[in-house]
Design a binder for this molecule. Structure first.
Ligand SMILES: [Zn+2]
Length: 290
């Protein structure tokens, strides 16, 4: 009760001072761009990512499965609140960049990792596809039940001028038989090297999902080819030279896994794809941090 009163006071004071009206928890701005709403939302999500960092970063480090469940309930559920109203906003990228960070935490990926890897490694549909799924689900529910009071809300939102109404988007998706899984697979296969295509199975997480945090992170950095290799550290100005201690001119992730005479792996990409026992053993015994 006490905290409810506090929230009411807080919201009222925001309304008084900033003149941004709220409707059903959505901050509205004059042009209906949702800039203010999504900026605030992104800030809120960043503080939730900090909780995930703590779960992932300790020496025992929660496994990917635990982090994924926590991320869905702490971050994604908040990130998707009323998404069917604002998903066409030009400011959606503010939220997506925080969600990408959420997925980097779960998968242990570094910033340079191409974003198409993140949903695949985390077994979470890409944020845009998740929002489209929500929109289609809600649109179907509402159009099938005229008694729902939300009909009034839709009428109200439609009265507000929007250049890109989400109702229209929903109609288009339904007409085109939108299927989130198919979209996801098509987008992954158009971007990833064919060797990695089987890594995406919308029904099951990638192999290695329950490995100890340390091995899971190393595995994904080898898979993506993005990690703290000598050449990356050199590029970031954290090392004097990109060389490997074996004498090779450039210590890339590929060099470490497949070329380095000191530590290269005797298997293939397929071992890392399937997280085979010998690939896990190699990752465990690796003498450098990735
Ligand atoms: Zn080497």
């Amino acid at each position: 009760m006490a905290s409810n009163n506090l929230n009411v006071t807080f919201n009222n004071s925001i309304l008084r001072h900033n003149h941004y009206p709220k409707y059903l928890g959505i901050t509205l701005d004059r042009t209906l761009s949702f800039n203010k709403h999504l900026t605030n939302l992104a800030a809120k999500l960043r503080t939730r990512n900090n909780i995930l960092y703590k779960l992932a970063g300790s020496t025992w480090g929660a496994d990917a499965s635990t982090l994924r469940t926590s991320a869905l309930s702490l971050v994604f559920s908040t990130a998707e609140y009323c998404a069917s109203v604002w998903l066409n906003s030009p400011y959606v990228s503010k939220v997506d960049s925080v969600l990408n960070q959420t997925m980097r935490i779960i998968s242990g990926s570094i910033k340079s990792t191409p974003i198409e890897w993140l949903p695949v490694l985390c077994h979470i549909e890409p944020p845009k596809i998740r929002r489209q799924q929500i929109l289609v689900r809600e649109f179907k529910k509402v159009s099938e039940n005229l008694d729902l009071s939300i009909h009034q809300d839709i009428i109200r939102f439609n009265r507000l001028k929007s250049r890109n109404p989400t109702v229209k988007t929903a109609q288009q998706l339904v007409t085109n038989n939108f299927n989130g899984y198919e979209e996801w697979i098509a987008s992954w296969q158009s971007r990833a090297d064919p060797a990695w295509h089987p890594l995406l199975d919308p029904k099951n997480p990638p192999q290695g999902f329950n490995l100890p945090r340390k091995i899971w992170v190393r595995l994904n950095r080898i898979r993506t080819g993005h990690g703290r290799s000598g050449s990356a550290l050199f590029k970031w100005g954290m090392r004097m030279s990109p060389e490997c201690d074996c004498g090779a001119a450039s210590q890339t992730m590929h060099h470490i896994a497949y070329e380095c005479p000191t530590r290269r792996f005797s298997g293939t990409t397929s071992d890392f794809l399937h997280a085979t026992a010998r690939s896990i053993q190699w990752l465990n015994q690796l003498d450098i941090e990735l």
